[in-house]
Design a protein. Structure first.
Length: 140
């Protein structure tokens, strides 16, 4: 039996989940050094799994890094949201309408609405039509 046949059978057992961890390591080493297209799918799966298995030995036990990082990021997001909501300035309905005219700030809603209505009345009342004004501008 050639190496290719041996590892092809081992690959079939791998797909059926009948291999031991030692056989999987041996199969991964063979798949990494061969250029046989029959092992392309296996190389892809093993490469994906090797990235997902990033672990670190800490005090004699294995700790997965991704769940710890995800938990830390989640806690940081909750703390940031809580601080933002706690220290955000409260908005009041009176502060929503402010007018600056001639360097003076006014927050009186009635005065602002009166000013807006007078400006709109002047705009729509127009003493001369727009065509006449444009004609006069370009005649000069």
């Amino acid at each position: 039996m050639t190496d290719k046949e041996k590892y092809t059978r081992l690959m079939q057992r791998y797909w059926e989940a009948e291999t031991t961890p030692a056989e999987e390591r041996e199969l991964a080493r063979y798949a990494a050094r061969t250029d046989d297209p029959a092992f392309d799918q296996l190389r892809g799966v093993l490469g994906y799994l090797s990235v997902g298995r990033t672990t670190r030995v800490c005090k004699g036990r294995r700790v997965r890094m991704y769940p710890i990082a995800a938990a830390a990021a989640g806690i940081a997001a909750v703390i940031a949201l809580a601080l933002t909501l706690r220290f955000a300035p409260a908005r009041q309905a009176d502060d929503l309408c402010v007018r600056y005219a001639y360097g003076v700030k006014s927050a009186d809603s009635d005065a602002i609405m009166t000013s807006v209505e007078s400006s709109l009345a002047d705009f729509f009342a127009g003493e001369t039509p727009a065509e006449v004004q444009l004609f006069e501008m370009f005649q000069r």
